[in-house]
Design a protein around this ligand. Structure first.
Ligand code: PHE
Length: 366
């Protein structure tokens, strides 16, 4: 009995004196560990008579409970002391940049869309959007392409298996032009907007992907003519490419929804293996690159959209955003735009702080 009391006092003293978690663990093994004296003493109870056990057990159990409580208390005290010491030791300089350095970047397509919005906003254009899942009325019919129109076949359209509730074919829009229709129906004339977004065609090689980006432009007002279209495109491209020597070539073309229709080419040269926009495409060392389609809005389209073509005229254009991004920032494979490869994004992406502004330059560093 007194033995156990003495041993317990000694153990409690040693526990209280332990100055590290290691020293404390050694005390635990000595007492409550498998071969510790408390555990061994508990085992002897099994071989005793009931009377002996009744006499011996309380002292041993008290010893075990006291020692366990002392171990817990000392452990908590040592841990708290250690945490406080660490907090005192470690200082954090909150003014240092986060480590590792931030890796995210703004995709060139997003950056160019912001640049477009900035430039066209300065010319008084609003930004409009429309659904990527369209019906064939908005995507084709209202754009003067009825069911039998051959231009429908040229669009390599992705159709959905089911029709809409009112019996229309449902498809992934093949161009941003349906936003013209939706905007005219919603707000009437006059109108001045751009509509950037994703479009889809079943087509794939180094310069075509099944999903790509276009920006639609639409201006409807009184006495709008082709000169306004040319000026707008020239002004836009000068601001976008940040150079004055941009030369556009408007080439007669055909779109069912514009009349007359013109395709827009821009002059470029090849400097150091890289296409650089600027100069006359027929000059030595220069060539033309097609950037998109445009024209005066067809009377039939204005009628479909509820606008009186005798009162209002308009022009429209559709440009490939990925194309003009490639030209400006020097990528040569369109497919890499949509691979999501972090190394590509690291190289061609933009800092979120590179907000395009007319004052600081819409062409932030690439
Ligand atoms: N929607 C046409 C296309 O995708 C481009 C275009 C837009 C042409 C507006 C004329 C006017 O090819």
């Amino acid at each position: 009995m007194t033995d156990i009391t003495n041993q317990t006092q000694a153990a409690l003293a040693a526990i209280a004196a332990a100055t590290s978690l290691n020293a404390l663990e050694a005390q635990r093994l000595d007492t409550l560990g498998k071969k510790g004296w408390v555990s061994l003493a508990l085992k002897t109870l099994g071989g005793m008579s009931p009377e002996q056990r009744a006499a011996a057990a309380p002292a041993i159990q008290t010893a075990r409970a006291d020692i366990a409580a002392a171990l817990d208390a000392r452990k908590a005290a040592l841990e708290t002391a250690e945490l406080e010491a660490r907090l005192a030791r470690e200082t954090i300089d909150l003014t240092l940049p986060a480590a590792p350095a931030p890796r995210g970047s703004v995709h060139p397509v997003s950056q160019v869309m912001d640049e477009l919005a900035e430039i066209f906003a300065d010319l008084g254009f609003a930004v409009a959007t429309g659904p990527e899942i369209e019906d064939d009325w908005h995507n084709f019919t209202a754009l003067n392409m009825d069911e039998t129109h051959p231009a429908r076949a040229m669009h390599d359209t992705f159709y959905f298996p089911d029709k809409s509730g009112d019996g229309k074919d449902i498809l992934l829009r093949t161009h941003t032009s349906p936003v013209q229709i939706r905007s005219m129906l919603a707000q009437g004339a006059p109108i001045r907007l751009i509509a950037p977004g994703r479009v889809y065609r079943s087509d794939s090689d180094a310069t075509h992907t099944p999903m790509f980006h276009q920006v639609e432009g639409l201006v409807v007002g009184r006495d709008i003519h082709l000169g306004h279209l040319k000026w707008t495109l020239e002004t836009f491209f000068k601001a976008f490419f940040e150079r004055e020597d941009i030369v556009l070539r408007l080439r007669p073309s055909y779109f069912p929804f514009t009349e007359p229709s013109v395709e827009v080419d821009v002059g470029y040269s090849t400097e150091g293996g890289r296409r650089v926009v600027g100069g006359h495409g027929d000059a030595p060392g220069h060539a033309w690159m097609e950037l998109g389609g445009s024209g005066m809005v067809n009377r039939r389209v204005l009628e479909f959209a509820g606008i009186d073509p005798d009162e209002y005229q308009g022009f429209a254009f559709g440009l490939g955003i990925d194309r003009i991004a490639m030209l400006k920032y020097g990528m040569n494979d369109l497919r890499a735009f949509f691979d999501g490869d972090p190394r590509w994004l690291q190289h061609y992406g933009f800092s979120p702080f590179d907000q395009p502004t007319l004052a600081a330059g819409v062409g932030a560093k690439a």
